[in-house]
Design a protein around this ligand. Structure first.
Ligand code: ZN
Length: 127
């Protein structure tokens, strides 16, 4: 089964939402970089890079990164971004992704997107 994506567009100008882990209720705290074991990754599409990756997820993203880096130049594969790779994850990589977009005024209207990858169960052997 492929990963499911929950898209959340936060109201324009509203304070960014506080996110809590759906599995254990821990605050997903970007300021203190404190994340519980269920957070697999935090990804910023604008830079096509990770803000945070769990140790387990680094193995998966490494495979994606190698595939992107080693793609034949000018091939379709060379145009694939990490963002697109994440959306092709199966549910062993993450149970689901929260795709949160916040927006507000800076020098004009701006929006900012963050993808949070969660795993709801950690002991897959027990399933
Ligand atoms: Zn948790």
């Amino acid at each position: 089964m492929s990963v499911q994506v929950l898209k959340i567009d936060w109201p324009f100008g509203a304070e960014p939402p506080k996110l809590f882990c759906p599995a254990c209720g821990t605050l997903v705290d970007d300021d203190n970089e404190h994340y519980c074991e269920h957070v697999e990754f935090i990804f910023i599409p604008e830079t096509d890079d990770f803000h945070y990756e769990s140790d387990g997820f680094k193995e998966i993203s490494e495979v994606f990164r190698n595939a992107i880096d080693n793609a034949e130049e000018d091939s379709d594969e060379s145009l694939v971004t990490m963002h697109e790779k994440l959306l092709e994850l199966d549910d062993q990589g993450a149970s689901f992704i929260m795709d949160v977009t916040t927006s507000g005024m800076a020098c004009g209207p701006v929006s900012f997107k963050v993808l949070y990858g969660f795993t709801l169960y950690k002991n897959k052997e027990q399933l």
